[in-house]
Design a binder for this molecule. Sequence first.
Ligand code: FES
Length: 301
Amino acid sequence: MTELKKKEKIGTPDTADRQSGAVMVVGGGIAGIQSSLDLADSGFKVYLLERTPAIGGTMAQLDKTFPTNDCAMCVISPKLVGSGRHLNIDLITNAELMGIEGDAGNFTVKVKRHPRYVDSEKCTGCGACVQNCPVSRIIYAVELDEVELERKDLDIVMPLLEDSAGTRGSLMPVLQAIDRHYGYLPKDVIRFISGKLDVSISEIYNIATFYNSFSLVPKGRHRISICMGTTCYVKGAEKIMQKLCRDLGTEPGGTTEDLRFSVEAARCIGCCSLAPAIMVNDRVYGRVKLSDLSGILKEYE
Ligand code: FES
């Protein structure tokens, strides 16, 4: 628990009128960021408090904004950068407001900072610590001893690694080839190639979980992607998702028991004029109606 030092108090009793000109904004979503920028531009010292490790909130996770269909990141990115660089704004992230005392113009707040395990003064967000984490390297070494691929898997994986000449830059094509062959990235194969390419497991998981095209669990032979982008959503994509999942007995992100179909939500697939749109493997179906679904599924039986 940290009590902000006297000079950081929201309001100082030393000032003649007991008004300080410092403000704390709680919540680093788009509203909190914009409020902080407006206040800071007006000359107030702003402490922007955010519970999660980074500001941005839900809007930073959106594709488009309603009703203008503007790109969410295009709107919020300049504000994120602006609030990070503004001399009048102090970002206090990964922290919670625990108490507040005083009255208008002279508040003292108690803030609980959660540990970050890195020196935030020095961190540039480069990710090198993840790749060189001594803890994960120990786990990686221990796990590596246990990895023994079956002959049939070795016959598939070794030629891929030989083609790549064992270089780090070849990780992506190797992962793509493995995903193509197995339909997902099996855990043992990931551990095996991490040793062969000398790339840490955490780095491979970083990539595997960043790209939607990779999966860590078995996928169906046919991948059905239902576009949940703004245009498709307002044209009924959610109902399509519900009906499809009901018909196939699975859920969004799931795979049917016979491993025939996987169903996943996608962001705008670039066919907004055909909304609502779905993709099965590489084929796009536009202006899909609920009554079309059984016919589409039959094509892949
Ligand atoms: S929003 Fe669905 S294709 Fe663009």
